[in-house]
Design a protein around this ligand. Structure first.
Ligand code: GLU
Length: 304
């Protein structure tokens, strides 16, 4: 795919002592440079600000003991994170750009289109955007909280053909592999139905990031509705993008054909102003792509 979004989890960027895993980072930057030279354009969604900042400020619980701690840790860690990305990409002759976004920047249509335009311009200029949630201002109620769904939304905004979530797990398993020895990797998923959802359990095992398998499945849904394939692959190896391209273990969520951009954006929203309850006739009509008529609405909640 000509445009790719790569999400990197905190546990890959930062070691247990809170230092940047430089050698690993150099290896993925080399992968990015190799793909860039072949014409692919990559946007990186980089976690790690909170984990890095918490160490520098000596905050307990990885900086996640309170919202204020997390915000201070994010503000402190983000500047270090940007610096290391800019330095390592620069060493490969690439220019880094930073975009910090909040949930509402992508949930409000006008702001979303504005952020998307910036992203397109940066990619067209051959720059590598490094994106994170603006955690130092985002409050609990109005934040993504995990970079998995953020990466899928960025994939949609960038009109990327693929999104790769690199983390400490190498894919979706039929059960939690840490607890069930019979758990098997699922290499490919089409529709994310109840059977697939039942395979995931919440929470991040590394204790550093906030995304678990549930947020990865939510991300896969957003990507699929935008027509982008999404892969969960291991970042535990050096040169993780090269390993992925060489057929490394992963789960790929295959996207059906893309829905129209505005509909995909609507479907990928994380917040809603209200609800419309519809009758069975309206359910059938909507399923065929028809419009909702007033007669089909039985109850409305919220003001919008
Ligand atoms: N935005 C958070 C950070 O930079 C990470 C969110 C996540 O764990 O997915 O630390």
């Amino acid at each position: 795919c000509p445009r790719l979004v790569v999400k990197i989890g905190s546990a890959l960027l930062v070691d247990a002592d809170g230092n940047v895993r430089r050698e690993w980072l150099e290896s993925i930057v080399a992968d990015i440079a190799a793909r860039h030279a072949k014409g692919q354009r990559i946007a990186v969604v980089s976690s790690g600000a909170i984990a890095l900042g918490a160490r520098r400020l000596r905050l307990p619980k990885g900086g996640r003991a309170s919202l204020e701690d997390a915000q201070a840790a994010a503000a402190t860690g983000q500047i270090a994170l940007s610096q290391v990305w800019a330095e390592l990409l620069g060493a490969q002759g690439l220019t880094a750009a930073q975009m910090l976004v909040t949930l509402n920047d992508l949930e409000e249509r006008r702001r979303y289109l504005n952020a998307a335009a910036t992203l397109h311009r940066l990619l067209a200029l051959g720059v590598v955007p490094i994106i994170n949630e603006n955690d130092s201002v985002a409050t609990a109620e109005i934040r993504f909280g995990d970079n998995d769904r953020l990466a899928a939304r960025i994939g949609q905004a960038a009109r990327a053909g693929g999104v790769i979530l690199l983390s400490d797990v190498d894919g979706l398993y039929t059960a939690n592999p840490g607890r069930d020895p019979k758990a098997a990797l699922v290499p490919e998923v089409g529709r994310i139905d109840a059977r697939i959802l039942a395979m995931a359990d919440g929470g991040s095992d590394s204790g550093m990031g906030s995304g678990g398998m549930i947020s990865k499945l939510a991300a896969a849904r957003i990507a699929q509705s935008a027509g982008a394939h999404l892969a969960i692959a291991s970042g535990r190896v050096l040169h993780p993008l090269a390993a992925f391209a060489d057929g490394g273990r992963c789960t790929v969520f295959v996207a059906p054909r893309a829905t129209r951009a505005r509909k995909a954006w609507l479907a990928g929203r994380l917040t809603a102003r209200g609800r419309i309850h519809v009758d069975a006739g309206a359910v059938a009509a909507l399923g065929k792509g028809r419009s909702l008529l007033p007669a089909g609405a039985v109850h409305v909640e919220g003001r919008f």
